[in-house]
Design a protein. Sequence first.
Length: 307
Amino acid sequence: MKIAILGAGAMGSLYGALLSKKNEVWCIDVWEEHVNAINSTGLKIKVDEEDKIYYPKATVNAADVGKADLVIIFVKTIDTVEALKKNSFLFGKDTKVLTLQNGYGNDNDILRYVKEENVLIGATAAGATILGPGYVFLAGMGPTHIGVRKGCDLSKAHPVVDAFKEAGFETYLSNDVMKIIWEKLLVNVGINALMALLNTRNGFIAYSQHALTIGRNLVTEGVAVAKAEGYIFNVEDIVDHYYIKGAKVVGQNRCSMLQDMDKKRKTEIDKINGVISRMGEKHRIATPYNDLMVSLIHAKEDSYDYV
């Protein structure tokens, strides 16, 4: 399978590396130093204390790739529309496009450029951090779920699920992938912005009772909004599984929002906690904790250029 990874940051690089064992993989990214490192010395994935090297191709220009069988989107959610527009060279009439991005509503952005029957939706619980050009730390390898939009043919996802499994990812075909998306959103709602503001790794939420209480309150608001949208979750199940026990799996990971702040980039806050705030307003559900997180993260972004 010819696979294009659109956005070869930490997660895109991780998936590109492992998939390259059995597929023709192209990592497409604007970071030239990273692209050059991959092409010259390979893509290193640090697993525990061992470096494993993979050899996908890499480029800053999608025209080098041509039409792909599968495009996996890992760009920041705020960049999805622009990335699809700039990289239209990748899409043929049968090209499948899979989003494994954070947040909610990414499939709607993709529909502007891709036929609905070719859109695949997924969520991953893996965690990774960029250590340098061509070098990524694997913080934890959780499951990946892949499905389609409501009413579309689920069999379209079968070859992708098979390819992921062959690459070594724990992967499941999901007939209710939107519930999985909601669950991942709720997990991110309570941890990403909080860890970014505290400038610490994910495991801190299990270490600090104060952080855990804030995370629980953020999730509580999210669960109420999810219920109004037709999805039922239990707050304590999420807190226990993903924050307390999950700290043992991806506790060393610096979440993507914190990695954005490290580089003084705009974050995905509006596609994470901002979703809870907007949907809360729609359903007349108060979301003060999520509202505050959105404001604090945007204020932090404003501070990047403050002298």
